[in-house]
Ligand binder design. Structure first.
Ligand code: URQ
Ligand code: ZN
Ligand code: ZN
Length: 479
């Protein structure tokens, strides 16, 4: 069975052009004008629409055990919701408990992800350190297609990585040709501010942003960037939410340091007034870290995206329902941190970014797909409408509209931070691995159809002393 997408305008990161796209056996096999349709081909009329690479969300948490509960979306419902929004690949996280062998955690998460409807890959978090962690990082790069390791600088007494872990893990990542990534918040400061707020009797969700002011993020971003600078490793800062961390990235990049920034669709469009809403469920539904910030930060983040100091957009999709969030009814530090978005990211970024003139369609493709593919070394298999690429394609109707609501979403959790927002520019069709999985509102996601995506190691680079990093890990085994 083939699919011929006819009459559309192809948009890649580098250009827009009129062309038909022929998909067969899970791959794009032809891109050009007036393509003929082989027998047994489904034709999609894309006239007046854009034909873009399937979205890549480099930051999700499906089926995450966190803060005493487990997220509402598992790998099937979460990836299915992504397909409905035009996102065909997610990069999720294996998060070992401290002292849990990385390989054990990795195999557990791989088992959970078997039910995925769309393609997936994993960053692996380094939450503790000993020689076995050093060894497991090598195994994961060499044999399991992992090329990025996550470090939570927040979440003291849980999964927080201190400076010793950052230094040892970043160094190991350099040896292996892997990308260190960080959740940049100073966990010690957060812990102190949380205790002070509780002592003052400020226990509601309005305390959440007060316990994590922008400087708490800026300090950690600066520290991670400085460590990367001294060790000569690249570094990727996830969910950059504020001016302070954006400035740290901009400053480092202006001096030639290899720093990448990710921004969430939520942090680009939602401000901190949500925490002052009188309804607990509404305010708690927006509790995530880093928190939504005051309005000036959103404007700066858009400039960061436009100016090339922020590179990818993500969602940090980590959904909890109201009864789960209610765990923090009398103590905000117990509200499970996380919000959704995997289904809405692309439409929200198009509506707020392209319709406003901030982004061109090609820049939209860069920040919703191509940059993530290139930074995490799966381009051009992913992130391009090109012959030989995976047939992950979204047909985008720039005039189509949708009003986002938890009542109509496919994602679980029963809450949506973009509730009530009417967006213009929505997917009309999503093709994943050559299959039509979403068609004008009808979701045809298939449990287990998703595949794990190996991400090869990067070539070795010189360490801070000008020595070639030790023997690079052989390329990942394609399974
Ligand atoms: O910190 C993260 O990225 C995970 C635990 C999701 N929760 C959140 O508040 N961002
Ligand atoms: Zn985080
Ligand atoms: Zn996260």
């Amino acid at each position: 069975m083939s699919i011929l997408i006819r009459g559309g305008t192809v948009v890649n990161a580098d250009r827009e052009f009129r062309a038909d796209v022929l998909c067969q056996d899970g791959k794009i096999i032809a891109v050009g004008e007036h393509l003929s349709a082989p027998a047994d081909t489904e034709i999609i009329d894309a006239s007046g629409q854009y034909v873009m690479p399937g979205g890549i969300d480099p930051h999700t948490h499906m089926n995450l055990p966190f803060m005493g509960t487990v997220t509402a979306d598992d790998f099937f419902t979460g990836t299915a919701a992504g397909l409905a929004g035009g996102t065909t690949t997610i990069i999720d996280f294996v998060i070992p408990d401290p002292k849990q062998p990385l390989m054990d955690a990795y195999k557990t998460w791989r088992g959970w992800a078997e039910k995925s409807a769309g393609d997936y890959s994993f960053h692996v978090a380094v939450t503790w350190w000993d020689d076995s962690v050093h060894a497991d990082m090598g195994t994961l790069v060499r044999d399991y297609g992992v090329n990025s390791f996550k470090h939570f600088m927040a979440y003291k007494n849980a999964i927080m990585a201190d400076d010793e872990i950052l230094v040892k893990s970043f160094s190991r990542a350099l040896e292996l040709g892997a990308m260190p990534t960080v959740h940049a918040e100073n966990g010690e400061l957060v812990f102190l501010l949380q205790q002070e707020l509780l002592k003052k009797g400020i226990t509601g969700p309005e305390a959440h942003p007060l316990s994590r002011p922008p400087m708490v993020e800026g300090e950690a971003a600066n520290r991670a960037i400085a460590i990367a600078n001294v060790l000569n490793t690249p570094v990727y800062i996830v969910h950059v939410s504020c001016i302070e961390s954006l400035e740290a990235i901009t400053r480092a990049r202006s001096k030639g340091q290899r720093v990448f920034g990710e921004v969430l669709a939520g942090h680009l469009t939602i401000d901190d007034s949500v925490y002052r809403h009188p309804d607990f469920d509404f305010a708690a539904g927006h509790v995530m870290s880093p928190p939504f910030r005051s309005k000036e930060h959103q404007a700066a983040l858009w400039q960061g995206l436009q100016g090339g100091n922020l590179h990818t957009t993500a969602t940090d999709h980590c959904t909890f329902c109201d009864t789960q969030k209610a765990a923090g009814k009398s103590d905000f530090t117990k509200i499970p941190n996380g919000c959704g978005g995997v289904e809405d990211r692309m439409a929200v970024i198009w509506d707020a970014g392209v319709n406003s003139g901030k982004l061109t369609p090609s820049e939209f493709v860069k920040v919703t797909s191509t940059n993530a593919a290139q930074i995490f070394n799966i381009y051009p298999r992913k992130g391009a409408v090109a012959v030989g690429a995976d047939a992950d394609v979204v047909v985008w109707d720039p005039q189509g509209t949708r009003t986002i609501s938890a009542k109509t979403q496919f994602a679980k959790g029963g809450f949506n931070v973009f509730e009530g927002r009417t967006v213009r520019g929505i997917p009309s069709h999503t093709i994943s691995a050559g299959k039509l999985v979403f068609k004008q509102g009808e979701l045809r996601a298939v449990q287990g159809a998703g595949r794990h995506v190996d991400r090869p190691a990067f070539s070795p680079i010189y360490d801070a002393l000008g020595r070639m990093a030790s023997q690079a890990a052989p390329k990942a085994v394609q399974r």
